[in-house]
Design a protein. Structure first.
Lengths: 199, 199
């Protein structure tokens, strides 16, 4: 693209590498940043740099954090007898947004995927089991994704969490809110029938 | 959002200010940047800073550029007898992508909008007329947007470009490629009928 100035082309290219941002969006964003106040653009650039510089993993739950232990692990008002196991740090955001969960988390940093050569030893599984050793945790809630890898990971964890004092649960499967039966896929509907709840 | 680390929240907020990026996309992008290599994140931050530092307006055509005159104005292989008038620097990108136009450009930096209190004097209209004075330009192609403001601007320019030696044209109106007559709006179809072309 010889017809656009180099700094424009450079930002378009950098933005195009982000997920869900195609060349057209990258152009639109670049010209928006060009038009926006200097402070706003600088704030964005600095936020990117700060993110990479300051963020590390919590040594307890392996969530991303700028302090250790993270704000969730150090919050004494949370229920430390429950640990919700998620695949990625970003999975914590929607769970917290519900306001329904006040326990702690454990981030696996992935899921078991033989296809991609990812086994349990590449995930923070050993760290989870160590965390459960002192007997303080009474419930482990498996919140891996409802797909093949997530299910495989949940089943593996179900097997290795062997303490009889720890309840192992997982997020309910069923029809999503707002769904229509007519359009529900077989798998979802099967799980909704199998897991039918008292009403 | 007390449950996410401050650097995460900060980048989410900065990204949310960009057009078309809601809170969910901003989260997704933030966690993607967190996972991506340091160099990639730094390249993005630096591209944003460089954009704001290096880009100014071409003193001839008022396109955004890092050199003056811009790469288009200084390209001796382009047809300097034609000037295509656009509202925004970003409008040049799709026009260049067609490969159908080899002339120069003139960026107005907006359109006439009484509702928003924008008159011709806030646009680069005077600069356009000055550019036309030496007689080198033989055709002005109006490529303002096909909406109310763009039409008003085109009509205004049609009136003020008074030299009989300059042909004033505008981009064709009609059915977009891939459209279906059944779903075309009245305005588009009316313009397609009025502007019907020899075949």
């Amino acid at each position: 693209m010889v017809f656009v100035a180099e700094p424009v082309a450079r930002l378009v290219e950098a933005l195009s590498k982000l997920p869900g941002i195609g060349p057209k969006s990258a152009h639109r964003l670049t010209y928006h940043i060009l038009d926006s106040p200097d402070e706003e653009a600088r704030a964005l650039a600095e936020a990117i740099v700060a993110l990479k510089e300051k963020i590390r993993l919590c040594s307890t739950c392996f969530n991303v954090t700028d302090c250790d232990p993270c704000v969730i692990c150090r919050d004494s008002e949370r229920d430390s007898s429950r640990v919700c196991v998620v695949e990625r740090p970003s999975d914590i955001v929607p769970l917290e947004r519900t306001g329904k969960y006040k326990g702690l988390y454990h981030v696996l940093h992935g899921s078991i995927s033989p296809a991609q050569g990812i086994g349990s030893e590449q995930l923070k599984v050993r760290e989870l089991l160590t965390r459960l050793e002192n007997g303080a945790v009474k419930e482990v809630i498996l919140a891996t994704n409802p797909n093949l890898e997530g299910e495989a990971t949940a089943m593996y964890l179900r097997r290795v969490v062997t303490s009889p004092d720890i309840r192992v649960s997982r997020l309910a499967r069923g029809l999503p809110f707002g769904a229509e039966l007519e359009y529900a896929d077989d798998m979802t509907l099967s799980q909704a029938i199998e897991g039918r709840q008292e009403f």
